[in-house]
Design a protein around this ligand. Sequence first.
Ligand SMILES: [Zn+2]
Length: 166
Amino acid sequence: MTPTIVQDPSPVLRATASPVPTSDFGSAQLASILADMKAALAAEDDGVAIAAPQIGVSLQIFIVAAKALGKRQKEDIVFINPKITRLGRKREVLSEGCLSVRWKYGMVKRALTASVRAYNEKGNEFVMKGEGLLAQIFQHETDHLRGILFIDKATDIEDLPPPKKK
Ligand SMILES: [Zn+2]
């Protein structure tokens, strides 16, 4: 069954997520959380990323959908215990929404480049640099892990009706 995406206002979206303990890497429990996150993300046509608190799990994990990363990327990318290590100085006000704040959109000032250091599901550390949409995703998702939603930062918030299902 596809897990339900938690909606604002819900306490889990406002909690500070806990780091995944090193001993949990490679565990069936972690694999099951990641599978739930991927399923929930895949069920949303407009979903480009999801954080664990959005399925009610207060752990420091987010996943970026392959489709947000271009045609050559086939697999979703898992970020465990992510830390932003670098934020570009250039900032821009960008339109933003959230799978947990349906169906609001607003304008948020974000750095145009951002680097994240994280662990993959096997526990291997990696660093990824993002530009544009990916940099925006890194900032939005790491905010989720600190209990911050885009509506806390956004201006010009408006309600837009959900797109019609094809
Ligand atoms: Zn979000």
